[in-house]
Structure formats: C-alpha cells, structure tokens
Ligand binder design. Structure first.
Ligand code: ADP
Length: 192
C-alpha cells in the first residue's frame, strides 16, 4: 500500500486536491470531516454530538475520529493505498494511525503539507461559506477558532512526521493545476 497524509490548515485546499489525487492514483479517500458530516446528515447519535463541537470550531474527541478511521481501514482491505485528509489532527491521532497501519503491515509513505498564508485561509473559508452550506464556514469567529485549534493542536502533527523524514512542504497558493502538479511530482518520485 502507498499511504499519503495531505496536511494543512483549514482552507488550505486539501479537499479539492484530494479529489484529484484519488482519481489519479486510485487511492481510497479518508476525510474525517466528510465522515463526520455524513454522520450529521444521517442524524446518528455520533453525528449529533459531533455537530455541536464542530460548530464551535473545536476538534471532535480523538477516540471518535480514531474509531471512524479504524473501521474505514478494516472495510477497505483491497485498496492500493489511503489518502488521509483532515486526519491525523492531534499527536495522539498520529500515534494511533501508525499503530493501526502497522497492524496491516503498512505505514505512512509521505506527508504532503500545503502552506497557505493566514489571510488567504480566512478569505477562502468565508468565501466557501457563501455556497458550501457548511455552518462552520459562515462566521468569522468560528473560522478563527478553527485556525487557532490548528495552531494549538494540529501543527505538532507535522513535527511528529518530520522526525521520520516524511514531510514535504508544498506551496498551497497558485492555480489548482499548479498545486496538483507539485503534489503529483512528489508522489511520483516516491512511487518510482
Ligand atoms: P477543514 O479542513 O476546512 O477544517 P474538515 O472537513 O477537515 O474541514 O473538518 C471540519 C471539522 O470537523 C473540524 O473543524 C473538526 O471539528 C472536525 N474534525 C475533522 N477531522 C477531525 C479530526 N481528525 N479530529 C478532530 N476533529 C475533526
């Protein structure tokens, strides 16, 4: 398996680039944000609990997202690899992911980290809020809270993978095609 973490702050373009990358490399897309939004749409108890946390811009408890990822890994035994998007988002999530992959005799091959300025992030998120129907994109307060959570809890995830020399930074500003090509180049290098 070839497993990628697409990393970056909220609004850095992970969702857009993930769609293209999974099509090109035939990977299974695992977005914890999408999985949580499906739970909300289905009005499950987990979804109802997660919604109140997400609407405040805070992170859902580790055990909830780790459980979702663990079951997704078990349900896709035949995949060529996974593209993790929005996960791991805390140090404990990283450790849990490594353990789960080890059980499958696999590992993270690379973390691709999208770098975008704070000003651009806020602009993109509020802009997306106009059309996405995502309640966490409409208020500047919630958007700022999400970016603050990123600095407080998520940016350390990159340090964790840096220790294993697995992180590559990619400029996340430019056209969607330019960024996609830069990401693809890094993946191709490691696949060949
Ligand atoms: P964005 O990258 O734009 O913040 P996501 O769809 O990845 O969007 O996440 C939306 C929200 O879902 C987050 O603000 C958080 O509340 C919750 N969430 C998603 N992934 C995780 C995770 N791995 N751990 C904890 N909470 C998560």
């Amino acid at each position: 398996m070839f497993n990628i973490i697409l990393f970056g702050p909220p609004g850095s373009g992970k969702g857009t680039q993930s769609e293209r990358l999974i099509a090109k490399y035939q990977l299974k897309h695992l977005s914890t944000g999408d999985l949580l939004r499906s739970e909300i749409a289905a009005k499950t108890p987990l979804g109802l609990e997660a919604k109140s946390v997400m609407d405040k811009g805070q992170l859902v408890p580790d055990e909830v997202v780790i459980g979702m990822i663990s079951s997704a890994l078990d349900h896709n035994p035949q995949t060529k690899g996974f593209l993790f998007d929005g996960f791991p988002r805390t140090a404990s999530q990283s450790e849990a992911l490594d353990k789960l992959l080890k059980l499958k005799h696999s590992e993270i091959n690379v973390m691709l980290s999208l770098e975008v300025s704070e000003e651009e992030l806020v602009k993109r998120l509020l802009n997306r809020g106009l059309t996405s129907g995502r309640s966490d994109d409409t208020s500047e307060e919630v958007v700022s809270a999400r970016i603050a959570e990123y600095h407080k809890k998520t940016s350390v995830v990159a340090d964790y993978y840096k220790n294993f020399n697995k992180v590559v930074s990619i400029k996340g500003e430019g056209t969607v095609d330019e960024i996609f090509n830069a990401l693809s180049d890094e993946i191709d290098k490691r696949l060949s």
